[in-house]
Design a protein around this ligand. Structure first.
Ligand code: GTP
Length: 368
């Protein structure tokens, strides 16, 4: 299946290059992003970025530039020249973060193609990149923007289009949005448009570049589809996206057909009577105690969940420990943190790396 797509993919002319923006600080995913950049957090067994890079490769695009800033070295140490993924991967690092538009402008010297795909590095998507390129070619636009429909567009860039699919407005985080179409964080730029972005200073593509292009009457085309899409920027979305990958709801060429209710990596131990459901992932060398119940849990490598603990829709960082019969729900536990027996952590709690909470140390009820 995957190899068929790759063969098909080679039909895309090499005149397309891809830029992936991975320089953000990922503040909404703290404390996990204190030690690792957001696109490198493990999702279904590989760094999140591997899913996106595999999708780019699947579309036949091999020449990829990573726009890095925060923790730049982590990317090059892991991916090297990209050959393991069938890519030619290069890195351009901003000393000071230049924002999404500044990050695109900063890689200009590496761009030789006229057609440049640009991806936010934190989007989990199922869209066939070739379809977005096809819309760009047939419309002759300056920029083509992938749009998705969401239930509540207020947290995103809302993007109305006319009857020909041409973008008419760009409303970042509008309170009263006129459409449910939002900016999905994947674009196709003509190289000449990237040349126009002012160099050497922070620029937001969403707040500055797109509104300016529209004000000048330039052609931004929307590409709307109904494929899977999720911005992995918050713990809630990260947990959902990870579970969707495990269950095969979110497609990824990096995973092939390994789907089920849970994914347990090599070297992990699962005790008798433990229940792993809801797209739970157990990392390498992690230990799940007897009768523990994990529902939509993301357990990073080397973490320990003790007997009878319950972990729901939560992320447990590298080497962290959840004590016996603790209840962890909608929570992020930082690397190496230690949660004592029968603690309860609920509703968006975040435990910083290395913090120790003693047995019975936090409860949301008076039951003992
Ligand atoms: P938050 O701090 O949680 O908002 O996350 P973030 O810093 O990743 O910002 P956001 O989610 O808005 O960024 C969208 C994409 O652009 C992500 O893939 C970021 O890595 C990337 N990005 C954001 N700012 C920069 C930047 O200054 N330079 C580069 N190269 N990439 C950036």
């Amino acid at each position: 299946m995957v190899s068929d797509n790759l063969v098909e993919g080679t039909e895309v002319p090499p005149a397309v290059q891809a830029v992936v923006l991975v320089g953000g600080k990922g503040t909404r995913l703290r404390p996990l992003t204190l030690s690792a950049p957001k696109p490198m957090l493990p999702t279904a067994g590989v760094p999140f970025l591997t899913h996106l890079l595999s999708r780019i490769r699947q579309a036949g695009v091999e020449d990829v530039i990573l726009g890095t800033s925060f923790q730049a070295h982590v990317f090059s140490e892991y991916y090297g020249d990209g050959s393991k993924l069938g890519l030619r991967l290069r890195y351009v690092t901003e000393e000071e973060p230049l924002g999404t538009g500044g990050g695109i402008r900063n890689v200009l010297d590496e761009l030789t193609a006229d057609t440049i795909l640009v991806f936010n590095g934190d989007v989990l998507g199922g869209t066939d990149v070739r379809d977005v390129l096809a819309t760009h070619r047939s419309s002759g636009a300056d920029v083509t923007m992938h749009l998705v429909r969401v239930g509540d567009p207020r947290a995103f860039g809302c993007v109305p289009t006319d009857e020909n699919g041409r973008v008419t407005d760009f409303l970042e985080k509008a309170q009263d949005p006129p459409t449910d179409q939002i900016n999905a964080g994947t674009y196709v730029f003509r190289r000449s448009v990237i040349e126009e972005i002012p160099p050497g200073r922070p620029v937001s593509v969403e707040r500055e570049v797109f509104p300016k292009l529209l004000a000048e009457g330039r052609h931004i085309q929307g590409h709307v589809d109904h494929a899977y899409w999720r911005d992995m920027g918050t713990p809630e979305d990260f947990v959902r996206g990870s579970a969707d990958l495990v269950r095969g709801i979110a497609p990824s060429p990096a995973l092939g057909d390994r789907h089920g209710e849970s994914l347990v990596h090599e070297g992990a131990g699962v005790g008798p009577g433990a229940v792993l459901i809801g797209g739970t992932v157990v990392g390498r060398g992690a230990e799940i105690g007897p009768r523990a119940r994990l529902d939509g849990a993301v357990v990073f490598d080397g973490a320990v969940i003790e007997a009878g603990a319950v972990v729901e829709r939560s992320i447990v960082g590298f080497g962290a420990r959840v004590g016996p019969r603790a209840l962890i729900r909608d929570t992020v536990i930082g690397d190496g943190a230690d949660i004592g027996a029968r603690c309860e952590l609920l509703r968006g709690a975040r435990v910083w790396p290395g913090i120790q909470i003693p047995d019975h140390g936090i409860r949301f009820s008076t039951d003992v």
